[in-house]
Write a new protein. Structure first.
Length: 328
């Protein structure tokens, strides 16, 4: 593995052959090196509501494209579909892209499209390694796949147990890689993610000044006896930590058996929760991506009565719509 002393030079030299790649800047800032599409991206992007992502000081659109799930981005053999979806996302003005080192070909697929637009997007990936050296290996591989020399957000992936936190924060833990990468300006912000146990994420936020947290927040989560809404959002809000929501439609299960009518209710509920700044949702197709984008464009915060009505509809269906809480 590359030594700490030479790692920054190694990463920079690895991308010397990649033309048009520029460093990450504030979202929406344009560069002469960016390859334009036929659409006026700035005009389109300006239509989507934005929120400041906690203490980062960076404004992000309320909706971003997720790179996980059983979707073209993360499944082998679907490169053509994946590239078409990513290109369409760019055309629509989507600027938040979320992936991870272990999402199959997701990072590589994003790397086929995003470099030409690097200065105007917010790029986030993750490592599931709990030790410093393993995290660095993931980071170097992620940068190579994504064809960039820096990340806007690097996150500790699906942290589920106290033992994992103890390893992460040990003298040779993954937090050392985060601190070194931030010091070397390879990453701008750090985060912790989880969908299993809210108490663990809350503990992580108490133990380290993360910039963001990516957590499961959907219209059924409120009814879980150990809810992320009740146990993580207050901690994040008190510390001004950026909150990114995932599992918003529960992989589409919220739309089955008449629980909710559609994404307008699922996304509307999650984005109306106090302290939530944005959400990332994967798409099965370009058409589904466009439908989700339209919902985000039309988003208006729900009032108390609307939130209560949705909670009533999910009260008897929370178990099947929080099934992912079993995953570690």
């Amino acid at each position: 593995m590359t030594s700490k002393k030479n790692r920054r030079n190694f990463i920079l030299s690895s991308f010397a052959v990649v033309g048009g790649i520029v460093g990450a800047k504030s979202i929406g800032q344009q560069s002469q090196e960016i390859v334009e599409t036929p659409n006026d991206l700035a005009a389109i992007a300006g239509k989507m509501p934005e929120r400041q992502l906690g203490k980062t000081g960076v404004k992000v659109p309320i909706f971003g494209l997720g790179g996980a799930g059983q979707t073209p981005l993360s499944q082998p053999g679907r490169e053509t579909e994946a590239v078409a979806q990513i290109e369409r996302a760019i055309e629509l003005g989507i600027r938040y892209f979320d992936t991870a080192a272990d999402y199959g070909p997701s990072e590589a697929n994003l790397g086929k499209v995003l470099p030409n637009y690097r200065s105007r997007i917010f790029l986030a990936t993750k490592t599931a390694a709990r030790d410093r050296d393993g995290a660095w290996r993931d980071l170097e591989r992620s940068l190579k796949r994504l064809k960039t020399d820096k990340l806007d957000l690097w996150q500790l992936h699906h942290v589920s147990f106290t033992a994992e936190l103890d390893q992460i924060f040990s003298t040779k833990g993954a937090i050392k890689a985060i601190e070194e990468a931030k010091q070397q300006k390879i990453i701008r912000f750090s985060g912790i993610t989880g969908h299993h146990e809210p108490a663990i994420i809350a503990q992580g936020l108490q133990r380290y000044p993360f910039d963001t947290t990516l957590i499961s927040l959907n219209a059924a989560e409120k009814h879980h006896p150990r809810s992320f809404l009740a146990n993580v959002l207050p901690v994040a809000k008190a510390k001004n930590i950026g909150v990114i929501a995932m599992k918003v439609p529960a992989y589409g299960k919220l739309f089955q058996n008449g629980v909710l009518d559609g994404m307008h209710q699922a996304m509307g509920y999650t984005l109306s929760l106090p302290g939530v700044h944005c959400c990332v949702i994967a798409a099965d197709s370009v058409k589904q991506l466009e439908e989700n984008w339209k919902v985000a464009l039309a988003f208006k915060p729900l009032n108390q009565a609307q939130m209560a009505a949705i909670e009533k509809r999910t009260a008897n269906a929370w178990q099947e719509n929080t099934f992912f809480r079993q995953w570690t």
